[in-house]
Design a protein around this ligand. Structure first.
Ligand SMILES: [Zn+2]
Length: 1009
């Protein structure tokens, strides 16, 4: 035969574009529209409908960036349409384009009684007339709240633009109103369109060698032949008939099985502020419940308790409808987290609280216990997560983000993920490599071909639906799912829940392969550094929460003070929200980060209030100066978790001048600071060993060009290292103060940014502190602060949640080479056998560690650098401009235990207050390896004291924890504070617990009162 395949395919394309796509509606009648522009921020329905509306015409520009226009739609339903037998719909053309749903204007329709009808989105712009509840008079009367959200992404060019800040976004209208019409749907044409979409999509994925591809092509050709382009409606039934044969051919017996679960990945803030996310959630969820009314087998997976909590607060009527759909098993809460947080940077306790708050909300509101962790989009997954999720009663883990790796491909799609402590969790990466599927032929075929477990397992999950305010799953997607249930050549799709997928996957793959340790994302490495103030606010808040809970719990037990449970919960939830995977990582617009910084300031103020009143209650009125130590280690003679009279230190720091610089010596360590403010020598007396490499320096600043190929706020590309300005020179080095706190002040100019460094050594301190105050005025630069150490370290240890992760310092394979920028919490440690150095920080997460062998002496220099600041210009053109205070410490002669202690030391300053009595700690822990991470009163309001601790050294550690207050019993609980059986090695006594914990094991204890 002659091959006319391409001609027929082109004929189909044009017919669809010009005839079929235009023929879904038989008739349409414009409706009268009047409008009111909200002066500033959105207002509730009750306020909006009281305003003066003026007529609005089709073709009228509207919508300054971030503005809202309310539309009042009125009209009369003609009698003949009512009896037409066809489905009647309202179609609203707000001015959206087909591209990028979720990143442009959106609307939501309101019934006159204030209930939500359904949202209106670019790919979901209809409203079934039957939802309007039109009375006998046939009067149409409803409202649309239209949001003129700007497209900040601008085609993902990453050019700086002013749209992400209301103050700079301008007033120019973004959209052209296209009218609201009453329309008659031709269901046969619509169904034909879905037939063609699925068949054409499948056809293009099939090899041309297969007969099936050509059978579909010829069926489509017959459809084209029988249809009259001038009477699509009249011939649509014949067209469908022509396709019925190829649509009814069943799937291959070995076809890949796909569980399609409805989803809408709504970023809790990103290229829009939190206030808009709340409306995006209302729009998408209202679409979802409307779709469920028509499709009882449609299942939607919804993560993030925070988002449903917003619906409960701001849209209670919609929340009640969601509850009914949850009860029906259609609307399925997943993930069990407060938000889909970042997992690189949240601290130990915060990561635990994401699950505590999330799971508690879902249980309380819906009676649902989420069994899967759901993090499709976070930027890498810490090795502590398996244990944390398991401790929260979660059996399964889902993500797909690692498919974004720049270099290495993960070898598995379904596997056991083993964390740093040995906990394993059954994990799945949807091989469709998307969480926003349309269930297109291409996506389904990719899931099948990409799936790496073939031959051992044959089922995968595909989340489908437009995210980010695009409106969620559509009726077209459901139509595609139905047509691909069993279709020759296509994977076999069934709609279902994540739970049903995981049960099927686990049953058919009982012994999957194992991936050990963190799942490092080989992309978005700049997110450890961008938006420094947001990161600092997070770190500060986490430690203030620790202090507030500890001292409030102590005051409640010792003094009977009221425990501010509700206030702490509210503050925790706000901190957890801001750990969302575009807020804490610094990848949001300016507006989001301004909100975050304002929230952190308020959080700090309220927590300081709780801390002060608790300390005051504990020490009483008096003139003795008491020092409170909230750290889990004794400090300067003050026991952990206690307050005692301040202890005086024996001798001040010795200071001498040397070649224009200074030598600081406190008898524990000795530091030489040269005339350029570089630390040229750092020695601890215990080891007697020099930490700084010969010819090297500590406190060495380097300014790099930082122009990634894409994703500016997100990415650091490895070639940043090719361009560097060495910032060794100081403008001045002066001694500011001597005595018990010796401070040397170094003034520098970094690019165009003045930097003041205060290098300090305190009496009794094992570490040197460098406080960096900088007025950052750079653009697309990365500032690194480095320490060139005389240590032959083949790996570095970085603190993560409840432990640390080792990463090689070499680049033997592409996997190690890709980790050229790494995340650490409060400390990073490098060591050779018997000697190490810890570098700690108060607000920094990005680091890199490199190594070089010295020609002169054959020794190895290991360079640890912190990424202090970046200056990306997209999506926030002025990221990190302005003043910053960043504290770094270096502790020579440090083992891992010292690094752990140093991390708390740098982040938890002791507090002083005058009073009458000392405060005994609630708990004494006998073994410093066992670190108390949280002390709080129980969530259930019983007054029981909950303490969470973990093995911090990566060793088997044995110890004892004893309560120093009257208790009636001790129980082991999970992260949700539910009693569980005591694990092996944990022996419960009357008021104490004997412990033998495995490396990095987390243990939560409830001391009953
Ligand atoms: Zn996301």
């Amino acid at each position: 035969m002659h091959d006319d395949r391409h001609l027929t395919e082109a004929r189909l394309d044009r017919f669809v574009r010009e005839r079929l796509d235009q023929a879904s509606y038989l008739r349409s009648l414009p409706l009268a529209v009047s409008g009111w522009d909200v002066p500033d921020e959105p207002v509730p329905f009750s306020e909006a409908i009281l305003q003066q509306y003026r007529p609005v015409t089709s073709g009228e520009p509207w919508g300054a960036p971030w503005s809202t226009r309310w539309l009042h739609i009125t009209g009369q339903l003609p009698e003949d349409l009512l009896s037409s037998g066809h489905r009647l719909e309202i179609v609203a053309e707000l001015g959206y384009s087909d591209e990028m749903p979720g990143f442009q204007c959106e609307g939501i329709a309101w019934h006159r009684d204030g209930s939500i009808l359904k949202a209106l989105s670019p790919r979901n712009k209809y409203l079934p007339v039957e939802r309007l509840g039109i009375g006998a008079d046939g009067a149409i009367d409803f409202y649309i709240e239209a949001a003129a959200n700007p497209d900040v992404a601008q085609g993902w060019t990453f050019q700086p633009n002013p749209l992400g800040d209301k103050a700079t976004a301008g007033k120019k209208p973004l959209y052209v109103f296209g009218g609201v019409a009453l329309a008659v749907l031709d269901e046969t044409v619509w169904e034909l369109r879905q037939d063609v979409w699925t068949l054409a999509g499948l056809m293009h994925e099939l090899p041309t060698e297969l007969p099936r591809r050509h059978e579909i092509l010829r069926a489509l050709e017959r459809m084209l032949d029988v249809m009259d382009p001038d009477d699509v409606s009249g011939t649509a039934a014949a067209g469908r008939e022509a396709l019925a044969g190829v649509l009814s051919q069943p799937a291959y017996a070995s076809a890949h099985q796909i569980v399609a679960t409805g989803h809408a990945h709504i970023d809790s803030a990103w290229l829009w502020p939190v206030r808009e996310t709340i409306r995006k959630c209302a729009r998408t969820f209202s679409n979802v419940v409307a779709l469920m009314d028509e499709h009882p087998d449609f299942v939607f997976s919804c993560s993030s308790a925070q988002q449903l909590s917003w619906i409960k607060e701001f849209y209670p009527e919609l929340f009640e409808r969601i509850k009914l759909k949850v009860a029906a098993g259609q609307f399925v809460p997943v993930g069990g987290m407060w938000v889909e947080s970042d997992t690189n940077m949240p601290g130990s306790e915060a990561m635990a609280r994401q699950f505590l708050e999330g799971k508690s909300f879902f249980r309380r509101e819906f009676g649902v216990d989420c069994k899967e962790a759901w993090l499709p989009d976070s930027f890498g997954y810490s090795g502590a997560l398996p244990q944390i999720v398991a401790s929260a009663g979660i059996d399964w883990f889902l993500t797909q983000k690692i498919s974004w790796n720049q270099v290495n491909v993960m070898p598995h799609h379904t596997f056991q993920w083993e964390g740093i402590d040995g906990t394993r969790v059954f994990t799945h990466f949807p091989p469709a490599d998307t969480y926003n599927s349309e269930l297109s032929g291409r996506e389904l075929a990719h899931a099948q071909s990409n799936y790496r477990e073939k031959g051992r397992s044959n089922v995968s999950l595909v989340p489908f639906g437009w995210g980010d305010g695009g409106g969620g799953p559509t009726r077209e997607m459901i139509a595609a799912a139905r047509r691909t249930g069993s279709l020759e050549g296509s994977p076999a799709v069934r709609m279902g829940s994540a739970k049903s997928f995981f049960e099927q996957a686990q049953a058919e793959y009982p012994a999957p392969p194992v991936w050990l340790g963190e799942m490092y994302l080989e992309l978005h490495r700049g997110t450890y550094t961008s938006q420094s103030n947001t990161k600092k606010g997070n770190r500060r808040s986490e430690h203030l929460l620790r202090e507030a809970e500890l001292w409030a719990a102590t005051a409640a037990v010792r003094k009977g003070s009221a425990y501010p449970a509700a206030e702490l919960k509210r503050l925790w939830q706000l901190v957890l929200l801001q750990q969302f995977h575009d807020i804490l990582p610094g990848s949001s617009i300016a507006w989001v980060h301004q909100d975050a910084e304002r929230n952190y300031a308020a959080i700090a103020q309220q927590l300081e209030g709780i801390i002060t009143s608790s300390m005051r209650a504990l020490v009483g009125e008096g003139d003795t100066q008491f020092t409170f130590n909230a750290a889990p280690h004794e400090r300067s003679g003050i026991p952990a978790l206690a307050a005692a009279p301040a202890v005086s230190v024996d001798a001040p720091v010795e200071i001498s001048e040397l070649d224009g610089g200074y030598v600081l010596d406190n008898g524990i360590i000795r530091a030489v600071i040269d005339s350029n403010g570089l630390v040229t020598s750092l020695m601890d007396y215990a080891s007697g060993r020099e930490a700084i490499a010969p010819g090297g320096a500590g406190n060495h600043l380097e300014l790099h060009r930082d122009t990634p190929n894409a994703w500016d706020a997100w990415d650091i590309d490895e070639f940043y290292r090719h361009n560097v300005t060495d910032c060794r020179e100081a403008r001045s080095v002066t001694l500011e103060s001597a005595g018990w706190d010796a401070v040397v002040v170094v003034e520098r100019l970094i690019g165009a940014s003045p930097l003041t460094q205060r290098i300090s050594l305190s009496a009794g301190s094992p570490s040197l502190t460098i406080s960096n105050h900088i007025d950052w005025q750079e653009s697309q630069k990365l500032l690194k602060l480095g320490f060139e150490l005389d240590v032959r370290a083949d790996r570095s240890a970085s603190e993560t949640q409840f432990g640390h992760v080792f990463r090689p310092t070499h680049t033997n394979t592409s996997w190690e080479a890709a980790k050229f920028e790494i995340c650490a919490h409060r400390w990073i440690h490098v060591a050779e056998a018997g000697y190490g150095v810890a570098v700690s920080n108060a607000a920094t997460y990005g680091h890199d560690v490199t190594r070089a062998v010295r020609e002169a002496d054959g020794g190895t220099t290991t360079t640890v650098r912190l990424s202090l600041l970046r200056a990306p210009k997209s999506p926030d053109p002025f990221t990190d401009r302005g003043e910053h205070e960043l504290v770094v410490t270096i502790r020579p002669g440090a083992q891992i235990a010292d690094a752990v202690e140093e991390g708390y030391r740098t982040n938890l300053a002791p507090r002083s207050i005058s009073g009458a009595e000392a405060v005994e700690p609630l708990f004494s822990v006998f073994n410093a390896a066992l670190v108390v991470e949280a002390v709080k009163l129980a969530e259930d309001g019983s007054g029981d004291v909950v303490v969470r601790l973990y093995e911090s050294l990566g060793e088997r550690s044995t110890g004892l924890i004893r309560a120093t207050f009257p208790v009636t019993g001790v129980e082991v609980t999970n992260l949700l504070e539910e009693t569980v059986e005591a694990p092996v090695g944990v022996l419960l006594g009357a008021d104490s617990v004997e412990l033998t914990l495995r490396p990095f094991q987390i243990l939560t204890l409830r001391f009953k009162r």
